[in-house]
Design a binder for this molecule. Structure first.
Ligand code: MEV
Length: 423
């Protein structure tokens, strides 16, 4: 059976993990080789950005245990920070005990902004734009016939007035369903294309014509139950609720709380070739939408005393175009996920964000995060001095107990264990 519940995955050698993922996702030998070597052809890199002189690698890992809307996912994550992948997998395991994550996403509606200044008569300008709305939408759609043919395209147009110290600006929003594309290129082209008509209709001057990364019409949501039995009892539930309230009411804490969420989301975004800065900008501006910066997640306790968590944030991600089209590893990451549609990718990423946040709050409200970090650090050291999967736990446990986590001690312990065994 295809399951993401793979006990002991973290203890296996890298190649064995890769073999399991190959099987799970039906990867070809060639794809396995690309992943193994972290290959991005130099000539592809040279066409991606300017002035390229080399490549830069990061670890590509897999979070296990994710069950989202009843489907099993192995989650590709690219990140430099230890503990993130382990925490996500662990949280997903706890959620799994109560049925996993329930997730949903809106259509892929992006906002394109056109800024008009020095409008002689604001009311008249708004009236004229609204009278021409259908024609403007149709004109925008002519700029991307393929998107329109596929069922996407410009859907609506809205006008806002924003005051400044130099007088009011008229801001036109074009709402575009970009389907499985992130959509920045499409909506920027449409905004630039419509600008001359908007100038003519308003009698003003258009300056900026650009996407808004506050993609609040392109939201993903996820929720999960973490039963008190699975997460360590009532006291843990209470600790997590206080950790949540801390972030909900204190922006200093909310920034770190949301950073933890983005640890998960950005790791999946990097693996799958997304615009990570757009995602960060969207998430944090959405967190401040009420005028006060707050959490992207919510928690509550049900009548049974079990903890529930939910997340809602903009996730402008694509499964076609952009980096996904050119980067061989991004394509493989999507294949591992088994995801073709952007909405599904957004649902997965929201679930990972929630898992990551839950794991951080649970650790912070109990033993703190350093213990976990040290354990992972000790495990890496134990493995790097050659401890086998059956030896790792003991080497780690002894180094932590002795508070001596270093290569020398790991080597000594291993030698002692092995000579003890022989004796
Ligand atoms: C560290 O990368 C992330 C955390 O600080 C998140 C949090 O405090 O909620 C552990």
């Amino acid at each position: 059976m295809r399951t993401s519940r793979i006990p002991g995955f973290y203890n296996l050698p890298m190649d064995e993990r890769l073999e399991i993922v190959k099987e799970f996702a039906g990867l070809t030998d060639e794809e396995v080789e690309v992943l193994r070597e972290g290959k991005l052809p130099r000539e592809v890199a040279d066409h991606m950005i300017e002035n390229v002189i080399g490549l830069y690698s990061l670890p590509f890992a897999i979070a296990t245990n994710f069950l989202i809307n009843g489907k099993d996912y192995l989650i590709p994550m690219v990140i430099e920070e230890p503990s993130v992948v382990a925490a996500a997998s662990n949280a997903a395991k706890m959620a799994r005990d109560s049925g996993g994550f329930e997730a949903e996403a809106t259509d892929s509606i992006m906002i394109s902004q056109i800024q008009v200044v020095k409008v002689p008569d604001l009311e008249e300008a708004i009236r004229r734009i609204m009278a021409e709305k259908d024609k403007l939408i149709a004109a925008a759609n002519e700029m991307d016939p393929l998107l329109t043919r596929l069922g996407g395209g410009a859907r609506d147009l809205e006008v806002r007035v924003v005051g400044t110290e130099a007088g009011p600006m008229l801001i036109v929003h074009l709402l575009v369903d970009t389907l499985d594309a992130m959509g920045a290129n499409t909506v920027n082209t449409m905004a630039e294309g419509l600008a001359p008509t908007i100038e003519r209709l308003t009698g003003g001057k258009v300056y900026l014509r650009i996407i808004s990364n506050l993609a609040d019409r392109r939201l993903a949501r996820a929720k999960a139950k973490f039963s008190k039995a699975a997460i360590g009892g009532e006291e843990v539930v209470e600790g997590i609720m206080w950790a949540y309230r801390f972030a909900k009411y204190d922006p200093y804490r909310a920034a770190t709380h949301n950073k933890g969420i983005m640890n998960g989301i950005i790791a999946v975004a990097l693996a799958t070739g997304q615009d990570t800065r757009a995602l960060e900008a969207g998430a944090h501006s959405y967190a401040a939408r009420s005028g006060k910066y707050t959490t992207l997640t919510n928690y509550w306790v049900d009548d049974n005393g079990d903890l529930w968590g939910s997340i809602e944030l903009p996730l402008a991600v694509g499964t076609v175009g952009g980096v996904v089209r050119v980067h061989p590893i991004a394509k493989i990451a999507l294949k591992i996920l088994g995801v073709e549609r952007a909405r599904e990718l957004a649902m997965v990423m929201a679930s990972v964000g929630l898992a990551q946040n839950f794991a951080a709050l649970r650790a912070l409200a109990t033993e703190g995060i350093q213990a976990g970090h040290m354990k992972l650090h000790a495990r890496n050291i134990a493995m790097s001095v050659g401890a086998s999967p059956s030896e790792v736990d003991e080497v780690v446990e002894r180094m932590i107990r002795e508070r001596k986590i270093n290569f020398e001690r790991a080597k000594q312990i291993l030698e002692e264990m092995r000579s003890g065994k022989k004796a």
